[in-house]
Design a binder for this molecule. Structure first.
Ligand SMILES: [Zn+2]
Length: 333
């Protein structure tokens, strides 16, 4: 009797523990499913940014991979807004008018958790944008572009001669404004960006605290002012040389109000202690070195250790960590 009692007891304890674990796990799972989950639904898009040709059809649903609540249950598409357990699409794209449009996908699960995701749609004019919508993959992936692989309407200065700043729209990719030799700004565009200016002040204060001075040498430049500068350089150096270091009016990033020249206008600036500090820390304040060394084929400009561009902290950090140009980061020319 004694022996059998002793043998049963450990087994009973084991069973009790196993049952307890099972009950705790079941209750935990139940609570997790029913009570504690307040996480937003998950909207997955095929792309955040799409470019379509003017006049082609567009249906936002085709760019949605899935919309699910946090437990993985699919939500259904609804024509009605704010309906529980569904998602709906807001925003119009005029396929007959070139421009940048925002389409927003909203989701609402059964527990009132909401989510939204933006799809940026660029409708491009075929006539002016064909070299852009068919990017030169050689130029994009590796720094090996050469004359034969460039679209035929790229002139000796690296500009697309078919693009007229007087007849263009600011070019946004994933919400980020891109200004380069293929994407100019119209003459009326631009002013100093407040957020960028404030970020620059913070950057300069931090530099001072680290023992360096990085004064602002140039900030916002209007279309007309850039035209005067460029023409002066052409008169001085000739167009071919001027094109390597000065932008034609409409094509300068300074017109965006997001670009600044700081420190020293010297190609050796990147080797100075202040220039190195700028290179290593500007991303912490939302800036990137816009024209890095050995990336001329991609950016269209020689290395400019003094020219910084505001893109916001999270984007700047990613670009810095990946060691890429803005064009490479955005995946466009
Ligand atoms: Zn500059």
């Amino acid at each position: 009797m004694k022996k059998s009692k002793r043998r049963v007891r450990p087994r009973a304890i084991f069973c009790l523990i196993a049952i307890s674990i099972f009950i705790i796990a079941a209750v935990w799972l139940l609570f997790d499913k029913l009570i504690f989950v307040n996480e937003a639904p998950i909207i997955t898009l095929k792309a955040d940014v799409i470019i379509i040709d003017e006049g082609t059809s567009f249906h936002a649903e085709q760019y949605i991979t899935s919309v699910e609540d946090f437990n993985g249950n699919a939500l259904s598409l609804s024509k009605q807004e704010h309906k529980k357990g569904t998602y709906w699409i807001s925003g119009n794209v005029d396929i007959n008018k070139q421009g940048v449009y925002r389409v927003i996908v909203y989701a609402l699960d059964h527990k009132d958790n909401q989510a939204e995701k933006i799809l940026t749609v660029t409708v491009e004019n075929k006539k002016t944008s064909s070299p852009v919508s068919k990017p030169n993959t050689v130029d994009k992936s590796e720094n090996k572009g050469n004359e034969e692989q460039k679209p035929s309407n790229i002139d000796s200065g690296g500009y697309d001669s078919s693009i007229d700043p007087n007849d263009c729209e600011p070019y946004y990719v994933n919400g980020i404004l891109l200004v380069n030799k293929l994407h100019p700004l119209p003459p009326s565009y631009g002013e100093l960006d407040d957020e960028a200016a404030q970020a620059l002040e913070k950057l300069q204060t931090a530099a001072n605290n680290a023992g360096y001075s990085i004064p602002t040498l140039s900030a916002y430049r209007s279309y007309d002012y850039q035209g005067t500068l460029y023409n002066n350089y052409v008169a001085l150096d000739g167009q071919e040389a001027a094109d390597t270091y000065s932008a034609r009016p409409g094509f300068s990033e300074h017109q965006s109000g997001l670009a600044f020249d700081v420190g020293e206008l010297s190609y050796d600036y990147g080797e100075t202690e202040a220039g190195k500090w700028l290179h290593q820390h500007c991303h912490e304040y939302g800036f990137i070195i816009r024209y890095p060394r050995d990336k001329e084929k991609i950016t269209g400009y020689v290395y400019e250790p003094w020219h910084i561009r505001y893109v916001g902290k999270s984007t700047a950090k990613k670009i810095y960590q990946k060691g890429v140009t803005l064009e490479e980061y955005l995946g466009v020319n």
